[in-house]
Design a protein around this ligand. Sequence first.
Ligand code: CMC
Length: 430
Amino acid sequence: MAENVAENNATLTVDGKDYQLPITEGTLGPSVIDVAAFQKAGYWTYDPGFMVTAPVESKITFIDGGKGELLYRGYPIDQLANNAEYLEVAYALIHGELPNAEQKTEFYKKIHSHTAVHDQLRKFFEGFRRDAHPMAIMVGVVGALSAFYHESFDVSDERHREITAIRLIAKMPTLAAMSYKYSQGEPFMYPRNDFNYAENFVYMMFATPADVNFQVNPIIAKALDKIFTLHADHEQNASTSTVRLAGSTGANPYACIAAGIAALWGPSHGGANEAVLEMLDEIGTVENVPAFMEKVKNREVKLMGFGHRVYKNFDPRAQVLKETCDEVLQALGINDPKLELAMELEKIALEDPFFIERNLYPNVDFYSGIILKAIGIPTSMFTVIFSLARTSGWISHWLEMHSESFKIGRPRQLYTGETRRDFVKVEERK
Ligand code: CMC
C-alpha cells in the first residue's frame, strides 16, 4: 500500500462490535477505505460493476471524471496528444516519464527491430474464414504469440518482461494490418522500418506489392498517431482489469493481452467506435434523427459514442479529437453525408434534457469513429486500432503488477441460488 497512509480510520460496526478500517490517501483522487476487516466481521462487500472498488494501487494513469481530467504518468492528455508521439507516450507509460533524446532513440530502435512476426504465424491467419471479423482474428493471433514465446519466458526476469512489452507494441500494427489484409484477400505487407509507427501501419494496411511508389498521407498518419495516444491507457477500465486479472494467475503475457482484446471488443467498451458507424448506417439520413432519439429515450437503443462510466462532464480525449476531427475533415476536403449526420446527432444530443440530465456527452469513440471513417479506415478495423493503441497501457499495467508482490485476483459473490442438500436419485425426481 502507499506510504502516505492517513492518520484516520473509518469504523465499521457489526453486531455492536467496532472494526477499524484504515483510510489511505493517494496523490490525487478520493482516498480509499481498506475493507479487509470486513472479512474478520464475517461480511463481504457488494459492488456490482466495481462502482467504488479499487482492486489495485497504480502510478500509471489518473482520471478525475468530474473535472474531465486524464493524466498519463502525471502528464495531461491534451499536452501529450498535441506534442508527443505515440511511442514516446508508450515509453512514458512503461518507464514512468517521457524519454530524453537518448532514451527515445534507444526505445524506437528496439521497437523497429521487433516489428516483424514469425513467418509461421501466417498459418494461423489461414485457419480463419476469409470473412472473419478482424477482432476475432486479433484475439486468436495475439494469443497465439504465446506459443512462440512461452518455453523460454521467465516472468520473474525483468529483462524478459521488458522484451515482451517491446515485442507487443512493435508487433501489434503488423498483426492488425495482417488481420485486415487477410479479410480483404490481399497479400500481407512486411513492415518497413523507414516509416514511423503510424506511417508503417498505414503502409501495411493500404499498400500492395504492385504499388511500388506508395506514399503515406502525413495528415492520415498524424491523425492516427494522435488517436493511438488518446487510446493508450485509461486506468482500471474493463479490458485493463481483464489483463491484470489474467496476469494475476501468472499466465503468459501474450495470452493476457489476448484476454484484454476480447474484453475491449464489446460495444460498451472499445467496440463503441464501430457501433457508432453502424448506428449512423441505421439512422440513414438527418430527417430520421428525431425518431431515433425517441427510441433512445424509450431505452430501445443507446446512443453509441455517448456516456462514460467515469466522465460526467466531458471526456478530455473527445475534446482533443473533436478539434482533430474538424482539422482532418477540412484538410482532406471530406464532405460525407454520414459525417454530417454525426454532427447533427451530436448537436441535438448536447441540447436535449435527456442527455443533459444524465451527463451524457460524446466520448472518445464518437469522434474516433468519425475520423477513422474520414481517413478511409474500414469500420471493422476501428476496434482493432483501439486494441493496437491500448496495448502500451495494458502491458504497462501488467509490468507494474509484476514489479511488486500481488495476489491472484479472486472476487467474492452474493449467492442467491438454491440450497438443495439432499440428493434425489433420477428415478425419484419429479
Ligand atoms: N445512450 C442513451 N442512454 C444512456 C447512454 C447512451 N449511450 N449511456 C448511458 N445512458 C443512460 C442510462 O440508460 C441510464 O439512464 P437511467 O438512469 O434513466 O436508467 C443513465 O444514462 C446512466 O447510465 P449507466 O448505464 O448507469 O452508465 P454506466 O456508467 O454503467 O455506463 C457506458 C457507461 C459507457 C457503458 C454507457 O454510457 C454506454 O453504454 N454508452 C454507449 C457505449 C459507448 O459509447 N461506450 C464507449 C465508452 S468510451 C470508450 C472506452 O473507454 O471504453
